[in-house]
Design a protein around this ligand. Structure first.
Ligand code: 5GP
Ligand code: ZN
Length: 115
């Protein structure tokens, strides 16, 4: 995926404020944070969206969930966080490489959706 923004971040071609990395996933700060803690967790291997996920992706998607709390605590959200994965047009996905938002901080994030 030559032109994918997040693949380029994985390859180090575009700078990002990395906060966590292992063999399968990378996490970095969102460029436009919506809360004091706002991190994106992505698989290093390109996957466009959850609409394209298959059982072969189960381990790497599971890893994204498993590392989330450690990242949140490290980044200053010790008492929980919200994890969001937007998918496709209806979900409002803007970057076409699966990513999980981790948002939090010292104050509650608030209602799940605007009414
Ligand atoms: P989506 O709407 O696709 O779920 O979220 C995409 C997120 O990626 C947005 O919160 C946006 O601020 C973030 N983002 C877009 N481009 C960049 C970038 O170049 N670097 C970083 N760190 N975040 C980005
Ligand atoms: Zn990609």
């Amino acid at each position: 995926m030559q032109d994918c923004l997040f693949c380029r971040i994985v390859r180090g071609e575009i700078p990002a404020a990395k906060v966590y990395e292992d063999d399968e996933v990378l996490a970095f700060r969102d460029i436009q944070p919506q809360r004091p803690v706002h991190v994106l967790v992505i698989p290093k291997r390109h996957l466009t969206s959850l609409a394209d996920a298959s059982s072969e992706d189960a381990a790497m998607l599971g890893r994204m969930l498993v590392v989330a709390n450690r990242i949140a605590v490290d980044q200053g959200s010790p008492d929980g966080f919200r994890s969001i994965i937007n998918t496709g047009r209806i979900g409002g996905q803007e970057v076409m490489h699966v990513h999980m938002h981790i948002v939090g901080g010292q104050e509650p994030v608030g209602p799940m959706l605007k009414r």
